[in-house]
Every structure is written in structure tokens, then in C-alpha cells.
Design a protein around this ligand. Structure first.
Ligand code: ATP
Length: 565
């Protein structure tokens, strides 16, 4: 960390001057329209295929959209291009399914050119389908009846696997013939996010299994039987020289990457990195893409939806991602925006509450330009690469600079220009300024939308049904705020809160809430399910609901020495 390689000092490098680049890979890159390598890609190439020879593990901190995926995909494919026996040698781990699918696509443009195959383990299809893609089983001949007779031939059908941690662990624990014993390369993309969540201890498991040598034991249940199904064995000996003592050799070479890579040594230590080399961009820890412009719009909280509508109006149908702070407000906002037919743009919701198939469909329609505006929760924040996104809008101000960087990074990718707008309440302005200062960024101009359009929207908003929707949603929102209120009386009665909620929604003035289907309010649904919803409980709950009010009144009266009447 103290002696990093500054990637920003390098320039893009034409493919023709990349040393040792396999001509088949060069052709594959050119057919994708890539004529040069971006600085981070050239730097990683230098440290892996070039003079660095991958003698050190790499920690890569480079801005969003700077091409980190190709930076690791290209050298891995080139290094494996000379392999003779097919087995799983490279593993790329990512935090989300959609991201893994996207990275697999990048590998898929390169790997077939040199006869390698890439697999995906994300739980998008059934586990049986996934196994049949990852594992080659021998075809059953006539008269063969004992599966152990041919188990020796079970082997990997892929050289490179792109996976999410959960599905990876499923395969490690339960899929016969699946092994990470032969791994040579491990990539942990979006490292800071993956390290934050342990996901069934996937990292220590992979590291331990990949250290196996002739003397090693497999510590994991089903894995004990694994040698019987795997006829290949990777033998790793332990180094004795200085700097390599006790380290398995050949070692598992690692690359860890993020646009906001953690610099906390205790977190990085989990990765068991070998003499890590830090590649970064510039001096500041957090960097924005070069051609990103940041703007703020200051407004009162009750007019926020109108400012957003007016802003979307001025962006004239450009591809746009709007980020909200929670899946619930995401749903509310999308419902509200779709009420305004006048915008004449297609707006869809994308959040982790939706089924994967719905999300994939939405993403496809956004990529193809059929949908112009995506209202997204933070499921879209990291890594997603959609061509032509010109604007990012933070409907809710992000709480952390990392979130701002990843959200804003969905635009201004690969050297393109882009804008990031943040809607702020008056009381958020100073906090937002301080947030940007963490990334050494002081330049955030104020953006104004025409006041006439706000006025005309306000008229429509107050006379039309949109207000009812918004008011109804606010009732739900305030109920939820009540549910998580720090009142010691309410908190222990979680189950009883559901009937209270139902009781209040039943008497709520909004017709929208009364009509709201359970499926439209997933949080409501969860609570109702949890509670088993009993109507009689409502009376009891009413007491619980009013108890804190009575208590606080009495306390106030006593403290201020007022006579309690
Ligand atoms: N050498 C290249 N020439 C032209 N375009 C490239 C090149 N390398 C990558 N790109 C394009 O740049 C875009 C961003 O790449 P990528 O998704 O790898 O960025 P990233 O650094 O991983 O971003 P994030 O931090 O947001 O995940 C992609 O659309 C990709 O196709």
C-alpha cells in the first residue's frame, strides 16, 4: 500500500504493441471493437504475462468503468491457453448473479478462441442443469450398472468458472466431481463487498481446498470422498526458501479488485495474499471517472417526486438509472412515476425483491433501449455495465462515499461522458458536501429545473390521483417508521405489530392502501405472514400502540410538574 504502482501514469496501449499477446486473442478483441488496452489492463498484463510473471498477487483499485474485467480476463485466458488437460483452473467470484453473468460474457468472447470453456455457477438455472454444464459424466454403456466403476471419469467440463459465493459452496459441498483442488487463479471482484459478507465461509474453504497437496486431508464432509471421483491430482509442495516458507507451490495466484478497494490490512489478510502488489489510480483512495460531472438539485422533501419528474423531462428520454435508498421506496417511486403518462418514457423497477427472471427481463429491456429509465435499489450499484447510460440520479442521497462512487459509476464508463444528479433536502446539503470531500471532489454544481414545469406538475399532482398514491404510501412509510421506532414498548411486540398495521391500513383514508394487494407490498406480506394475522389481536395492539403515547404524556407532565388532568 505504501509503494503502489500508479496506473494513471500509463497510457492506453495498442494491441499490436502488447508483448506476447496470442494472435487468436488479438483477433477476438478486435472483433469486439477493442483496438487497445486501457491503462489498468496494460498494467495488469505487465505484472502477469509481462516481466512481473505473476510472482506477486495483485490488488487493483481502479475507477468504475476503467475496464477491470478485461484486465483480469485477458491474462487468465492467455495463461490457460497452453493447458493440455481440462480441469477447473480459474475461479472468478462476484457478489451478484447479474454481475457474474456479465463477467461470464466477457470471458466467453475470449476463451473459445483458444479452446477454453467457461462456466457459470450462480443459481440462475436449476442445480441439475448447472451440474450438467459444469461436470462431464461418462455415457452409460450397455451392461454398466455400478456407478463406482466409471466414477473415475467424472471431470470438469470448464476451465474457468464464474460464480457467486452461495452457489459455489453448493457445488463444493454437494456436486460429485466438482473440485477446486486444481485452481491456479482466483479472482475476487468487488472485493470490499465480498469480504464484508462471509457467505458460508466460502473464502477460507476455497483457500484451504486449493492448498491440497499429497499429504493434505479434505476437511469437508463430502469432500473426503472426492479423490475417489477425481483421477487428476494437483500436487503442491511447500516452499522452504525465504519469502515462500510454508507456502504451497505452485501457488494459487490471486487478483482482487474494486473501484473502492479496502486498504484495511486486517480485511485483506483474509485473502492470504502472496507479496501483494498494489495497483491504483492517482493519489486519492477514491477516484471518479474522468468524464463524470456531478450536479445537485436542492428541494423540499414533499416536492422531490416533482423535481425528479421535471428532471426526467429535461433529460429527454436519455437512458437513466434512478437510485433510491430502499427496495420499498423503489417500488413506491416506480408506481408513482408510472402514473404520469405525459412523460412518454418507459420506466421500470429493478430490485432484489423481484424474482431473478423478472430482473433479467427488465435488465434486457433496459440494455436494448426499450426501457429508458430504471428505478433501482442498490442491487444495480456495483459493476453493472449497460451501454449508453448517460445519467445517474440519486433520488435519495447515498450515505457513504463508496455508494456514491459505485452508483455514479454506472455512467461515464470506458472514457465516455456522463452526469450524476443528486436530489437533496436543505438539511442534506452540508452532509453531501462533506461526503464528496472524502473523494477530494469539491466541484458539484447546482442544477436547476425550470420552475414552470414544477408548477404545472404540482397542479397535476394535487388534483390527480398521484397525490393519493403518494399520501397512501406515506401512510405505509410512516407506519413502518413507527414499527421500527425506538420505543421499548413497541419493540418487543413485533408479532403484534402486524394486526396493528392491518388495523391502521384498514382505517387509513387512502383508497390506494385499502385496495393495495398484498403482493404489491412485500414488507407488509412478510409481516402478515410472520404474524399469522389474527383480527382479535388488533384490540390488544391498539393498547400497545397508545401505551407509549400515554406513557410519554405522563412522563412529560411529571417532568414539567404540570398537574395531570
Ligand atoms: N480495451 C478496451 N477498449 C474498449 N472498451 C473497453 C476496453 N476494455 C473494456 N472496455 C469497455 O469498458 C466498459 C467498462 O468495463 P468494465 O465493466 O470491465 O469496467 P470496471 O472497471 O469493471 O467497472 P466497475 O468498477 O463499475 O465494475 C465495458 O463496456 C467494456 O466493454
Amino acid at each position: 500500500m505504501r509503494d503502489p504502482v500508479d496506473v494513471s501514469l500509463s497510457d492506453s496501449c495498442p494491441l499490436s504493441s502488447i508483448p506476447f499477446l496470442d494472435s487468436r486473442l488479438e483477433t477476438a478483441l478486435r472483433s469486439k471493437g477493442f483496438d487497445s488496452l486501457f491503462p489498468v489492463q496494460a498494467a495488469v498484463w505487465h505484472e502477469t504475462i509481462g516481466p512481473g510473471s505473476f510472482e506477486r498477487d495483485l490488488c487493483i483499485n481502479s475507477p468504475t468503468g476503467s475496464g477491470k474485467t478485461l484486465a483480469y480476463a485477458l491474462p487468465i485466458v492467455q495463461m490457460l491457453s497452453t493447458r493440455t488437460i481440462k480441469c477447473l483452473r480459474a475461479l472468478v467470484v462476484l457478489p451478484t448473479r447479474d454481475l457474474a453473468v456479465q463477467v461470464k460474457e466477457v470471458f466467453a468472447t475470449l476463451a473459445p478462441a483458444v479452446g477454453l470453456s467457461v462456466g457459470l455457477a450462480v443459481g440462475q438455472s436449476s442445480i441439475a442443469d448447472e451440474i450438467s454444464e459444469l461436470i462431464t459424466k461418462p455415457t452409460m454403456g450397455i451392461g454398466v450398472c455400478d456407478s463406482d466403476d466409471f466414477s473415475q471419469e467424472i471431470r470438469s467440463s470448464v476451465d474457468i468458472l464464474v460464480a457467486t459465493p452461495g452457489r459455489l459452496m453448493d457445488h463444493i459441498n454437494h456436486t460429485k466431481g466438482f473440485t477446486v483442488e486444481h485452481l491456479c487463479y482466483l479472482v475476487v471482484d468487488e472485493t470490499d463487498r465480498l469480504l464484508r459478507e462471509a457467505y458460508q465461509s466460502w473464502l477460507p474453504t476455497v483457500l484451504q481446498l486449493a492448498r491440497s497437496s499429497t499429504n493434505s486431508q479434505f476437511p469437508f464432509g463430502d469432500a473426503i470422498n472426492r479423490p475417489a471421483f477425481v483421477f487428476l491430482k494437483t500436487v503442491r509442495s511447500f516452499g522452504v526458501e525465504r519469502g515462500f516458507k510454508g507456502q504451497p507451490y505452485p501457488r494459487l495466484a490471486k487478483m482482487v479488485l474494486s473501484a473502492t478497494l479496502t486498504q484495511d490490512p486486517s480485511k485483506l489478510a483474509q485473502l492470504d495474499l502472496h507479496h501483494p502488489l498494489f495497483l491504483t489510480t492517482g493519489k486519492s483512495r477514491y477516484q471518479f471517472p474522468e468524464n463524470l460531472k456531478s450536479y445537485k438539485l436542492v428541494c423540499t422533501s414533499n416536492l422531490k417526486p416533482l423535481y425528479l419528474l421535471a428532471l426526467l423531462g429535461t433529460l429527454q428520454g436519455d437512458k437513466c438509472i434512478v437510485f433510491t435508498s430502499s427496495v420499498e421506496s423503489n417500488h413506491r417511486l416506480c408506481t408513482l412515476l408510472n402514473f404520469f403518462d405525459d412523460l412518454q418514457i418507459k420506466i421500470k423497477e429493478y430490485s432484489r425483491l423481484q424474482r431473478q427472471s423478472v430482473r433479467s427481463k427488465t435488465l434486457r429491456s433496459f440494455r436494448e433501449g426499450e426501457t429508458q429509465v430504471l428505478i433501482s435499489s442498490d442491487a444495480m450499484t456495483r459493476g453493472m455495465d449497460v451501454e449508453g447510460v448517460k445519467n445517474v440520479i440519486n433520488y435519495d442521497m447515498p450515505r457513504f462515499i463508496k455508494t456514491y462512487i459505485h452508483r455514479a459509476g454506472r455512467t461515464a464508463r470506458a472514457g465516455q461522458s456522463g452526469r450524476c444528479f443528486t436530489l437533496l433536502r436543505n438539511d442534506e446539503v452540508i452532509r453531501f458536501k462533506k461526503l464528496l470531500q472524502k473523494a477530494d471532489n469539491e466541484s458539484c454544481a447546482e442544477y436547476s429545473v425550470p420552475s414552470e414545469s414544477i408548477e404545472s406538475l404540482r397542479t397535476m399532482y394535487t388534483t390527480g390521483g398521484a397525490e393519493a398514491i403518494e399520501r397512501g404510501e406515506v401512510v405505509v412509510a410512516s407506519l413502518f417508521r413507527l414499527l421500527v421506532a425506538p420505543s421499548p414498548v413497541i419493540r418487543p411486540h413485533k408479532v403484534s405489530q402486524a394486526p396493528m398495521l392491518m388495523h391502521l391500513t384498514e382505517v387509513a383514508p387512502s383508497p390506494v392502501i385499502q385496495r393495495q394487494k398484498v403482493s404489491q407490498a412485500p414488507m407488509l406480506e412478510t409481516i402478515v405472514e410472520e404474524a399469522g394475522l389474527e383480527k382479535e389481536a388488533a384490540t390488544k395492539v391498539k393498547t400497545i400502540y397508545f401505551l407509549p403515547v400515554i406513557l410519554s404524556f405522563v412522563t412529560y407532565a411529571l417532568m414539567s410538574r404540570l398537574p395531570v388532568v
